[in-house]
Ligand binder design. Structure first.
Ligand code: AMP
Length: 173
């Protein structure tokens, strides 16, 4: 497969946000409409293949890819947000990050029972965030049908945390 436009645009920033972390900066991808179009179309093909009927994005870079994906597919977009941001009744899941810990939440009525949910984020690292998002969908009695990422850091073996699910990453490092 030819290199994606997005791959040529991702910027490596060493030692951010902590020494030893090589941060994959996707800002130049988001700033390039052709790269975004290509990425969203590829994620849409995957979500369609799994017969998704909702897209869930993980705050905040998951929103950047998840919202246009949901609109492209004419599907609902569900927000998984960081602790304390959602106003209504919530499900809450904690997880460990590559750097630090975090908590994400969804509204209890966002995922409908039996809904086929495709989960989107910019990057798969250890898979802790993605696995927590899947637990939120489970607790809502939805069905996780797959995961879509722009980037996967394969050496962190995040897929080991998502063994039950199809995982698609457009760019692997
Ligand atoms: P994880 O839970 O370890 O899979 O971490 C995934 C989340 O952290 C994603 O939302 C990414 O945006 C962010 N993240 C983790 N590691 C990196 C990295 N090296 N470069 C950019 N973003 C990262």
């Amino acid at each position: 497969m030819p290199q994606l436009l997005a791959e040529s645009l991702i910027r490596d920033v060493p030692d951010f946000p902590k020494p030893g972390i090589l941060f994959k900066d996707i800002a130049p991808v988001v700033e390039n409409p052709a790269a975004m179009k290509e990425a969203i179309e590829l994620l849409a093909e995957d979500a369609k293949k799994h017969h998704a009927d909702a897209i869930l994005g993980i705050e905040s870079r998951g929103f950047v890819f998840g919202t246009p994906l949901a609109m492209h597919l004419n599907l609902p977009f569900i927000m998984a947000r960081k602790l304390g941001k959602l106003p209504y009744e919530r499900y809450t899941e904690e997880y460990a990050l590559e750097y630090g810990t975090n908590t994400i939440e969804i509204h209890v009525d966002s995922v409908k029972p039996g809904q086929r949910v495709y989960i989107v984020d910019d990057l798969l690292a250890t898979g802790g965030t993605a696995a927590a998002a899947a637990r939120l969908v489970d607790r809502s009695n939805g069905l996780v049908v797959g995961f879509g990422f722009l980037v996967e850091l394969t050496f962190l073996e995040g897929r080991q945390n998502l063994l039950e699910y199809p995982v698609n990453a457009l760019i692997e490092y």
